[in-house]
Design a protein around this ligand. Sequence first.
Ligand SMILES: NC(=O)c1ccc[n+]([C@@H]2O[C@H](COP(=O)([O-])OP(=O)(O)OC[C@H]3O[C@@H](n4cnc5c(N)ncnc54)[C@H](OP(=O)(O)O)[C@@H]3O)[C@@H](O)[C@H]2O)c1
Length: 270
Amino acid sequence: MRVLVVGASGFLGGEVCRRASDAGWSVVGTCHSGDITAPGVEARRLDVTDRAAVRALVADVRPDAVVSTPYRYDDWTVTADGAAHVAVAAAKVGARLVHVSSDALHGGRPSPYADDEPPSPVNAYGAAKAAAETAVRVVDPGAALVRTSLILGEGSKQIQLCREALAGRGALFTDMIRCPVDVTDLADAVLELADSTYAGLLNVAGADAVSRAELGLLVAERFDLDAAGLKTTTSAAAGVPGPGDVRLDSTRAAGLLGTRLRGVREFLAR
Ligand SMILES: NC(=O)c1ccc[n+]([C@@H]2O[C@H](COP(=O)([O-])OP(=O)(O)OC[C@H]3O[C@@H](n4cnc5c(N)ncnc54)[C@H](OP(=O)(O)O)[C@@H]3O)[C@@H](O)[C@H]2O)c1
C-alpha cells in the first residue's frame, strides 16, 4: 500500500505516518512551513492552497490512498479550499481518500451528534470545516470523512493548554464539552479506513465526554501536577465564540473498526 499523508508535519499526520510506516506501507508525506519527524517517510513540500501544485504532486506520487489533514484555524483558504484541492487531485488518480474533519462544525447542544448530521457551524473555523466536507463529498462520494474531537497525546496542543492552566496561566472552560481521542487510536482508525471502502461521514472520537476543566484535572492526575491552582470559567463569561457542548456519538465507528476508541479517562489513566 502506498499512502500520501498530506500534513505529515502535523500532530495527527505525523502519527499516521509513523503507524503506516511501522505497518510496512510505503509513505510519502507533505509539509508546508514545518518538518516531518516521522522516520521512513519520503518528504515533499506542498502548499495546499496551490491547486496546480497539489495536482502535480499527487499525479507524481500516484498513491493508493490519500489522508488529508491540513487546516489553519483562521485561514479559510487552507482549511476549505485546500481540502477541495486535495480531493480533486486524489480523484484524478483514482486514489482512496480519507479526509479529516472536526466536531467544530456542530453548533453545540446537550445530546450527542450522530454520524450523518448536517453541519451547524457557529464560527468561521466550523464553517470552513463544513465547506471542506461539502467539497470532498461532491468531488468524491466514495471518500471517508472522519469527524473527530480533541486529539490528545504526547506533545499535543490540548495537553499543553491544560498544563498552562495548571501552572496558573489561563483558565479552562466548564461548559465546553468534547469527546477527546488518543492520537494513536485516531491514526489507527484513519489507516483502517484508508484500507477500506467505507464511504461518507463517520464520527471517530473517544468514548468519554468531558469538559475542558475536567480534562485539566485528568491531565493533573496523569502527570502528577498540582491542581489546586486550576482556574475555571465558562466560554460565555470569557466571550469566546464557538460551540459549547459537542459530543460525537462514535457507536458506528466502534462497530465498524477493529481499532478500539478509548475514552479519555482510560487512556490518560496511570
Ligand atoms: N487538534 C485537534 O484537537 C483537532 C480536533 C478536531 C479536528 N481536528 C482536525 O484534525 C486535523 C489535524 O489536526 P492537527 O492537530 O494534527 O493539526 P496540526 O498539528 O496543526 O497540523 C496541521 C497541518 O496542516 C499543514 N498545513 C497548514 N497550512 C498548510 C498549507 N497551506 N499547505 C499545506 N499544508 C498546510 C501543516 O503543515 P506545516 O506545519 O508544515 O505548516 C500541518 O502539517 C485537522 O484537519 C483538524 O481540523 C483537530
